[in-house]
Design a protein around this ligand. Sequence first.
Ligand code: MF3
Ligand code: CO
Ligand code: CO
Length: 275
Amino acid sequence: MTEYQMIDSRDTVYRDGTIKLHNEEGFEGMRRAGKLAASILDELTTMVEPGVTTAALDDKVREMTLDGGAVPATMGYRGYAHSCCISINHVICHGIPSEKALKEGDIVNIDVTPLLDGWHGDTSRMYFVGEPSIKAKRLVDVTYECLMLGIEAAQPGANLGDIGAAIEAHARQYRYGIVREFCGHGLGRLFHDAPEVIHAARAGTGPVLKPGMFFTIEPMINLGKPHAKLLNDGWTAVTRDKSLSAQFEHSIGITETGNEIFTASEKGLHQPPYR
Ligand code: MF3
Ligand code: CO
Ligand code: CO
């Protein structure tokens, strides 16, 4: 059974399995955090090119996050020590920034989560390093479409499973693998909260979406099989078959009439190529 909990921004919020329903103050907080998150990804569009290390990108993310009056929520999160996740080619998610340099033809996901005045803005986009292959570009385009179709399905009165059903129907047309090991999540004052947003689901299943719910949608789509494998570093998730993987993520809020995307790019830099 699903339990909902109306929360006031002054309440202490626990990870107790309840779905939080936020008020206007929550929407305002998420708008500010989401806007900062999107502007960080906007800025990175000119930095992503062959030769740049993922550590340099991580430094830039940290600098912009702090300049924006926020802190990277990932720093110190369950022992994670970086300001963002950077996932290259067959890395599905949670790639750790390092001295490894990007190279021509790579496709890269950068995932940032500034924590601003108590609210989490969680978003990621794909970037092309130089010119991607036709196959890679199609995967990235379709993954972006999957995210946006999922968001369209996130309507008040709909079921959570309608989101995964919309994503699955689209990805299936291309015979892509939808990753099951990682999900979207409720967020707000907490980074990861209920509900779990599954990216391959049956329509009409799961909790009913209600105004005031905040969660991410973040489909991870593989060119090959859906299966993930965790590397020995305890973070990096890769495709088992080493096929390419793509992901986009937005943080959204359910409203009386639809939804609001907190992490939309104000510059229109939604998907690559960015120049
Ligand atoms: N930003 C990721 C998400 O979308 C979570 C990263 S947690 C980390 O949920 F510790 F790996 F950074
Ligand atoms: Co997320
Ligand atoms: Co994220």
